[in-house]
Design a protein around this ligand. Sequence first.
Ligand code: HEC
Ligand code: HEC
Ligand code: HEC
Ligand code: HEC
Length: 242
Amino acid sequence: MKHPITYILALIALFAFFPGTVAADFEGRKKCSSCHKSQAKAWGETAHANAMESLKAGERKEAKVKAGLDPDKDYTQDKDCVGCHVDGWGEKGGYTIEKPKKMLAAVGCESCHGPGKKYRGDHRKGGQAFEKSGKTTQRSVLSKKGQDFHFEESCASCHLNYEGSGWKGAKAPYTPFTPEVDEKYRFDFDKMVKNDKAMHAHYKLDGAFVGEPKFKYHDEFQANAQEGEKGGDDDEDDGDDD
Ligand code: HEC
Ligand code: HEC
Ligand code: HEC
Ligand code: HEC
């Protein structure tokens, strides 16, 4: 017989396990891309943008064989694979095999920046306030609504999700591409986050958002950033994203 206290303790453990988690929704990259045109274009050229292609039969044959996978098999609907090649797998609003949405396929904006439904409105407001009167908005407003400014955990959830990686969150299904298969798959955050083949290029911000949490390489990236093209609107009413 379980004592009620067991359940209470289990509940407390549950909340302790998800410290400060914000239940937020994934929406897909369309909204982000309409305002951040340059980043969206640059992202389109990265390995992350092609992550779904790699699961198709006949793609990356050599790499698949080396990792013990079948090069002629279609893995695009395999639940042991898809989760790390799309946005928001198993999360609210995220990609599903049953109703696959194009704007959530591949490793898009929200996989790194966090699910955007709750914070993107604050980007609009913050941008408008800055344009009108130079008023800045604290980044903490955004982080409370699920925007990620650290990145390390989100990268790890895909890149370090295998047994023995040293990442404490690892659980099956694991990535087949580990340093044991090839040393080039070893993930080093500080190096990888600056790899401009896999990461989108950086463009100058006006500085509408200030304060902590600020990404540790934010100032470095901004100092070397290009002039970009901004979008005006996220087209509030169109709803459909595929
Ligand atoms: C309505 C337009 C709009 C939408 C939609 C939007 N943003 Fe933004 N975003 C902005 C503006 C404006 C800024 C401030 C830019 C500046 O300072 O020059 C900003 C800033 C940012 C920053 C920089 C934050 C910092 O540390 O200074 C990131 C990262 C970002 N947006 C990512 C996203 C992502 C990811 C999405 C989709 C979930 C998104 N944005 C949706 C307008 C938008
Ligand atoms: C949702 C899972 C996921 C997240 C989150 C993610 N990645 Fe990836 N990443 C992938 C996949 C899948 C590929 C391989 C794409 C392909 O080639 O099909 C990849 C490829 C890469 C590559 C290219 C490796 C190479 O061989 O050139 C780098 C570098 C990289 N990611 C860095 C990062 C960094 C840094 C972060 C966090 C800021 C991150 N990734 C977040 C899944 C993810
Ligand atoms: C736990 C997350 C995860 C799972 C599950 C996963 N992958 Fe990936 N996959 C990644 C990451 C991360 C990379 C990028 C590795 C790198 O280049 O460093 C990747 C890269 C790849 C690549 C490109 C490798 C190359 O060198 O070109 C292929 C192909 C691929 N995955 C197929 C699959 C298949 C097929 C499955 C299922 C059997 C699968 N993945 C399951 C995370 C995952
Ligand atoms: C693999 C992870 C990853 C993906 C995918 C990704 N970003 Fe980023 N993004 C970053 C990192 C890391 C930074 C640097 C953050 C900083 O300097 O504060 C960044 C910075 C930004 C910025 C700030 C200005 C700049 O250019 O540095 C904007 C805006 C932005 N991203 C929008 C997007 C949009 C839109 C998408 C999708 C089309 C996207 N990002 C996809 C990791 C990612």
